[in-house]
Design a protein. Structure first.
Length: 257
């Protein structure tokens, strides 16, 4: 009897093992079949998506164009629509460096001083050489936003300034495109050295900084005001500049609608 029971127990254990092995193999097989089924479903869905006639095929001729800056006219339009200023941020790949922008504001500062100090001196008597030696430069990179459209434009906000002996701060502030270095807007405070007859000439450094001929300044339409002039200049590419000029104080130049 004991031998019969022993054989029965062994037979039961064998059947149990076989059942577990079969269950495991069955589970693996079902999982494999489900994976194949899902792949088939996804393949059918993908084919239906891209073969739908409402989707259009797009051929990209050159991958270089994908990351290229938008046209200048488009970026000027973005500039005019982006009013909210973001926080200062770090430079990203493809953007001009702090050093490069500092050199651009230095160059524009030199040209601006040359326009307003033909004698080589400010009205206060300080020489341009002295001003340049004691000038300081700051540059900050920020994103500007259009909250209505969600558009964004990155600008280097640069400034050249000089603390004059009379306590006033002579300065030039410019907003440059972060990728191309083009100037969108400029303001300059030189006080007594800003004279009424130089309104046209004030446009020349700004034009040159954007690759336009400075002789275009002669085509500006100037309207006298109580303090100086307001002016407009339509450029050959259809873009428009506005000038607000206050003699003995400051002036502003910017692209406009």
């Amino acid at each position: 009897m004991k031998k019969v029971r022993l054989f029965a127990n062994r037979d039961r254990e064998t059947r149990t093992r076989i059942a577990y092995i079969a269950l495991t193999a069955g589970t693996v097989l079902v999982a494999f079949l489900l994976v194949l089924l899902n792949r088939g479903i996804f393949a059918l869905s993908e084919k239906a998506l891209y073969d739908d006639p409402k989707y259009e095929a797009v051929s990209i001729i050159s991958a270089n164009g994908i990351g290229a800056p938008l046209s200048f006219a488009t970026r000027v339009s973005l500039f005019l629509g982006c009013e909210r200023q973001g926080e200062e941020r770090a430079v990203m790949p493809g953007e001009m460096s702090e050093t490069e922008i500092t050199e651009k504001i230095k160059e524009l500062w030199i040209e601006t001083l040359a326009v307003h100090t033909p004698s080589g001196k400010l009205k206060t008597g300080e020489s341009v050489d002295s001003v340049l030696k004691r000038s300081r430069y700051t540059v900050t990179l920020r994103d500007f936003y259009n909250d209505e459209t969600g558009a964004k434009l990155a600008l280097w906000c640069a400034q050249a300034y000089y603390n004059a002996d009379d306590g006033r701060v002579y300065c030039l502030s410019v907003q440059f495109d972060s990728r191309t270095g083009e100037a969108y807007a400029l303001s300059c405070a030189l006080f007594d050295s800003i004279r009424a007859e130089q309104a046209e000439d004030a446009l020349k450094p700004f034009l040159a900084a954007n690759g336009y001929a400075d002789t275009l300044a002669e085509q500006a339409v100037l309207t006298p005001t109580a303090k100086g002039y307001t002016g407009t200049l339509t450029l050959p590419d259809g873009l428009k500049l506005e000038l607000y000029y206050s003699a003995n104080e400051q002036y502003e130049i910017a692209f406009a609608r």
